[in-house]
Design a protein around this ligand. Sequence first.
Ligand code: ADP
Ligand code: ZN
Length: 730
Amino acid sequence: MQNAPKKAIAMLQYPNLEQALKYHFGYDRFRPGQRQIIEDALQNRDLLVVMPTGGGKSLCFQLPALIKKGLTVVVSPLIALMQDQVEALRNNNISATFLNSSLNVYKVRSREDAILSGKIRLLYVAPERLLSERFLPFLDLVHHQVGISTFAIDEAHCVSEWGHDFRPEYRQLKSLRKRYLDVPTIALTATATDRVRSDIIQQLGLKQPSIHLASFNRQNLYYEVRAKSKQAYAELLELIRDNEGSAIIYCLTRKKVDELTFKLQNEKISALPYHAGLSDEERTQNQTRFIRDDVRVMVATIAFGMGINKPDVRLVVHFDIPRNLESYYQESGRAGRDGEASRCTLFFSFGDIKTIEWSINQKTDPQEQLIAKQQLRQVIDYAEGTDCRRTIQLGYFGERFAGNCGNCDNCRHPKPMQDWTIEAMKFLSCVARCKERFGMLHIIDVLRGSKNQKITQYEHDKLSTYGIGKDKSLEEWRMLGRSLLHQGLLEQTSDGYSVLKLNALSWQVMRRQRTVSIAVPIAQKISWEEGSEKAVEAEILLQRLRSLRKQLADEQFVPPYVVFPDSTLKVMAQVQPQTLSEFGKLSGVGSHKLAQYGKKFLAEIKAYRQEQGLLVEQQQDDSTSFVSFPSDTELVTLKLHQQGLSIAEIALKRNLSPSTIFNHLSKLIEKKQPVDLNQLVPLEHQQKIWQVLEVLGDIALTPIKEQLGESYTFDEIRLVREKWRRENRK
Ligand code: ADP
Ligand code: ZN
């Protein structure tokens, strides 16, 4: 009953929740589930929110905190997470603060004063502080003076012994429930199991909670599995180089992390290691550099990730096999929390499986051994499976997902099934001829007619199956062998020797009572579609917007995503707004960010459009208008150019990138400075480009290049076009 007026207040302040969302956070619409949860929260109901990573849990208590009266107290287990969230909120001009052990007495005091004066909407605290003797009386005072509107318990699975991060302090949170009977509790977690869920309800004493279970399907993630062949490292490099944003590469051991980091650094890839063998300081430093986009690739053991809130990781590679499917889901799920398309690649090798099997066999507890084996089996089935990867993963969480997701390797490039009955008969009879005493490699050697010593020693070159399989490669035979094992048409001992053994089904195959089909991979070269001209140009602008974002973030010591998420930059580059009101309409631009960053980004877009010869709207306010005399740095470049230095030489001398120097020169031409084009573009090329411009007029670079062909570079065309414009403008 007492809920009704509060809801009425909410309705009064904001005609609708979407408007509140746009005003405070800049988003146009709610993610699935968010609206319903927020409505329930505004009704002061207890809530249990189960959403996968990246589902958008925080907003579910943050928006109500701004609408309801009083202070929202958020319990969060990790200091780093608290700081991140508070920074992000402050960047939306939302008054939030945190209290934890990293602060001195004076800071704590002044923050407490701010809270009591009612200036703060959200307070983040660690559970141990919340329940300390000094803090509870303070909380009483808060409740009395400004009111506590809600307790939000983040990472609520920490309360359960069945979860993976049990924290005993969480158990005591129940006492809050008793102390503040009228204050509702919202519990949030990304853990999916039933057991943990009911534990949370019970341990936190939630009262008839409204339960929201979101789907665990992460639609924006592309899942793929690749064979960890000899080319795996080259493929990894390609993945990293093709990837626009940040990447995490998981390895099984510290040693592998160090080795791989070293190799990548040698390839001039900006990478750092993260594992438990590094000092605390080094780990924190590497992590911060990763979050701030100072370094692009984090090579890590699974020690990395818990409590990393970076929403714009675009690639997660498991270079070694994960321990089980649940951890694979959580670890790969660190990609694309912001909902943007991201890639999860698993490299899978039978060598890795052998290593893991060996370590499982070292376990003394038979029960543990059994579970570990079963989990390994599930990972193998996932990796070898030809079904939709999502169907397999979600099935693991008891969620049914039927059919083709269109966003995994198996759905996008279904592996054709081929009839390999004859090959299977050859393979199995070779196992029989070798008296079921050898492993796979030896069998393949016999089939392919190898002359190695072991073959002659056992006189296997005299067998009828010797050399009958020369038409297939080692890899192909191995693929068949694995598939036979996988399909249960062949057995393998697990005594460490992996001797191949026949079973009843093998004999059925040899007697032609059963056919054998296997999925054959087709060459999986990912070809990114050639972008349209507009896409190419938007890409250039996107790079510029990214560097502006980085610069603004560094000035405030926050990660770039706090300024704007990737999705906002992308639409910005596509839409290319030219006025503040257009800018304010972009998703991710709320009232505060519009005021704080609008003009700066508009200026960048305008400068870009001018360079590209695109239409620029004349604006009233001249803060973004174009200045037509050269800047100091452009003048330095001009001087060196006049001394006869090439672009590369100037770049070297000034310790700047050639593209920057190139930009200077192009600006200088535009600003009617004496740049000698003959020094930069061969005369013949100049003439041809000029001709095309005379015929086609002032058009974009791509079609000009299409006219001219491969031997012309975009840079050349751009410079000549700049000069042509200068002469034709007047
Ligand atoms: P979780 O805690 O569930 O992992 P977060 O609360 O950190 O997820 O949200 C993940 C990302 O999604 C954040 O970058 C957040 O700003 C963004 N986000 C949340 N809600 C929306 C929305 N309605 N529209 C667009 N982006 C959103
Ligand atoms: Zn699929």
